[in-house]
Design a protein around this ligand. Structure first.
Ligand SMILES: [Zn+2]
Length: 258
């Protein structure tokens, strides 16, 4: 395996976010370059929503890093150290998962396996939820539901795997594992919903889709690298909270352009 000093504790530290591109960072850059760069530089912070924290709680419980998570997010606990009611849902989801043999099997690999590599000459880091050496790569997702999601850009409804770019994440993981081991392993998403009664599924993403996504990654990485090194200025999406917060009006607009 490529040598690196990355750990569960320092994986998202500023210096490692600057040095490497990871899956969430690439997805964030595709969403808004300006916000992502401001986030890396520490100029912009987003308070995670309760829904997001419920998902992270489930992730960390499964990967055995709940203590680190609780230390980083004291806001989920009451003064007496017990969970706030919003997060009891996370416990319910965990209990539901534990009742399913197939789901449990897929998430029982080596947890939070960190690897590094290089794509298009750009250093890459990955952190795999459940890795079975020589067998499969599994990422766990805690999602709102399994319904298609409306995509404002393409004006279509997309299935949640496409919408959240989990296919791109799979391509990144598969390629970095291949660089480290010489083996191309199948990629699965173990997904559970945050609905009152959680739904669950283990979803395979075919290699041909992962190939397509790897090509997309190769295309966008040089630009991301140039933005990170300051050679190119990041573009603003003008839709996200960061862009709204930093927007400066330069002129008036015609109402028909709204
Ligand atoms: Zn933006």
């Amino acid at each position: 395996m490529n040598s690196h000093n990355l750990s569960e504790e320092n994986y998202f530290d500023v210096e490692n976010e600057l040095k490497y591109c990871g899956s969430s960072q690439i997805k964030n850059f595709m969403d808004c370059e300006a916000r992502t760069m401001a986030k890396i530089n520490g100029e912009w912070q987003e308070e995670p929503s309760t829904a997001l924290l419920v998902g992270s709680y489930v992730d960390s419980a499964i990967s055995g890093t709940l203590d680190i998570f609780k230390a980083k997010h004291p806001e989920i606990l009451k003064k007496d150290g017990t969970l706030k009611s919003d997060y009891l849902k996370a416990e319910y989801i965990l209990n539901r998962i534990e009742r399913d043999e197939l789901f449990m099997k897929y998430i029982s690999g080596d947890h939070q396996t960190i690897m590094t590599g290089e794509i298009a000459n750009v250093p890459i880091k990955v952190k795999i939820d459940s890795y079975f050496p020589n067998k499969v790569i599994v990422d766990m997702k805690c999602v709102k539901d399994f319904e298609p999601v409306w995509d404002n850009e393409t004006k279509t409804r997309q299935n949640f795997i496409d919408y959240w770019k989990y296919t791109l994440q799979g391509a990144l993981y598969q390629e970095i594992v291949r660089q480290n081991t010489g083996e191309r392993l199948p990629f699965y998403i173990a997904a559970v919903t945050k609905e009152n009664e959680p739904d669950l599924a283990v979803v395979g993403i075919p290699d041909e889709e992962l190939d397509k996504q790897l090509e997309i990654i190769k295309e966008i990485l040089p630009r991301i690298y140039n933005i990170k090194t300051g050679a190119v200025s990041p573009q603003r999406c003008e839709k996200c909270n960061y862009c709204k917060f930093t927007k400066q009006l330069k002129t008036v607009i015609d109402y028909r352009d709204l």
